[in-house]
Design a protein around this ligand. Structure first.
Ligand SMILES: *Cc1c(COP(=O)(O)O)cnc(C)c1O
Length: 381
């Protein structure tokens, strides 16, 4: 069986977990948490990076730190994971969904300005498949209307926009280290930001509303309850697992990229024959091979293809059901303008197996089965 996903394991994870245990420190903000933060600072050029228990929690922190109040409006695509919206709904925001671009499945930056009202407080670009949104346009709009930009870079760790790491361009960037993402700690994430002014409140929010982070640095002699907060810091055991992955990032990237490129190269003749569509990577983006998807004619073709692949022991999956069409989406948000692409494109997109330990032979077999499904016997490139 070729799974859709397998969590990455690169070799040093258990050794690092053992070191954390032997250091008698497995709670949050231990040695490995610090090393993960340092890695993000060094390799992604972010000023601050706080490890969190999930990307969902990083988004919740970003919504709180952006001072979102009940009734405020937040602009985002409808084609995304629920957490993108949920984090802001928790603060009482109304979600304003904007259509996507069919080439990248990212928010259509040219439609954002007309969705801005007096109540708008933030724009949340989602870098789908690790392919950057058109950030210059989004940042210019945020500047013009004094809006916060919260990047949902769950899929965009170690991917770039015009040479700048995703997650470092907006006010806040949110990463995921869930087991389905490129680098993993089981469940986990990170909150990135560049401005000093966010640091103190972010640390307090993450540490149950206390100034414990200051206490550990010796800046105060006892710690107390100073503000609203929750528990957003992960165990150092999880951070130990992640650190091994971050260290092995070149190996992880290279393996995923070789599978991505094989799919892209070998499915091209089917695209040229008009049987399917392939992802587009604009010139301004360098992606991280987070995902490989194809688009087929319609939902019916997709269902048949999923079944066909399943019979051949290949697991392929689709997502997302557009948020504006879900019960909570209707309750907490509205779609601005016309839904030209969101629903239509989401119904015909199919994700192919993609993970660290997937071999090129397995990817080749996936391609062969897709060719068989379409009765395609053209050249293979
Ligand atoms: C995976 C994902 C999330 C959620 O990440 P968790 O770490 O599981 O909370 C949020 N947004 C997008 C776009 C994702 O792909």
């Amino acid at each position: 069986m070729i799974d859709f996903n397998r969590p990455p394991y690169t070799g040093r994870e258990l050794e690092y977990i053992r070191q954390a245990v032997e250091a008698n420190k497995i709670c949050g903000d231990g040695e490995f948490t610090k090393r993960c933060s340092a890695w993000m600072k060094e390799n992604l050029g972010t000023k601050y990076a706080l490890l969190t228990t999930s990307c969902t929690h990083a988004l919740e922190m970003a919504a709180y730190l952006s001072d979102i109040q009940p009734g405020d409006e937040v602009i985002m695509p409808s084609y995304t994971f629920v957490s993108t919206a949920d984090a802001f709904v928790l603060r009482g925001a109304r979600i304003v969904f904007v259509d996507i671009r069919p080439d990248t499945m990212n928010i259509d930056e040219t439609l954002i300005e007309s969705a801005i009202t007096e109540k708008t407080r933030a724009i949340v670009p989602v870098h789908y498949a690790g392919v950057a949104c058109e950030m210059d346009t989004i940042l210019a709009l945020a500047d013009k209307y004094h809006l916060k930009v919260v990047e949902d870079a769950a899929q965009g760790v170690h991917a770039y926009y015009k040479g700048r790491a995703l997650g470092t361009l907006g006010d806040f960037g949110c990463f995921s280290f869930h087991e389905t993402k490129n680098y993993s700690m089981g469940e986990g994430g990170a909150l990135l930001f560049q401005k000093d002014e966010y640091l103190e409140r972010a640390e307090i929010l993450r540490e149950k509303g206390t100034d414990r982070s200051k206490f550990f640095r010796g800046q105060v002699d006892k710690y107390t309850w100073v503000d609203y907060g929750s528990s957003y810091l992960p165990s150092d055991l999880n951070a130990a697992y992640l650190y091994a992955q971050l260290e092995a990032c070149r190996d992880i990237d290279a393996r995923r990229m070789s599978v991505w490129e094989l799919y892209h190269r070998e499915l091209r003749p089917l695209k040229e024959a008009g049987l399917l569509e392939q992802p587009t990577v604009p010139e301004y983006a360098s992606h991280n091979a987070h995902m490989y998807y194809i688009k087929v004619k319609d939902m019916d073709t997709r269902s048949r293809l999923i079944g066909f692949l399943h019979q051949r022991e290949i697991c392929s999956v689709f997502h997302y059901i557009p948020l504006h069409s879900a019960a909570a989406g209707r309750k907490f948000g509205r779609f601005h303008g016309e839904d030209v692409y969101t629903t239509r494109e989401s119904q015909r997109l199919l994700r192919l197996p993609m993970y660290y330990s997937l071999t090129l032979e397995q990817a080749e077999y996936v391609v062969d089965c897709i060719r068989e499904f379409f009765h395609f016997d053209g050249p293979k490139e």
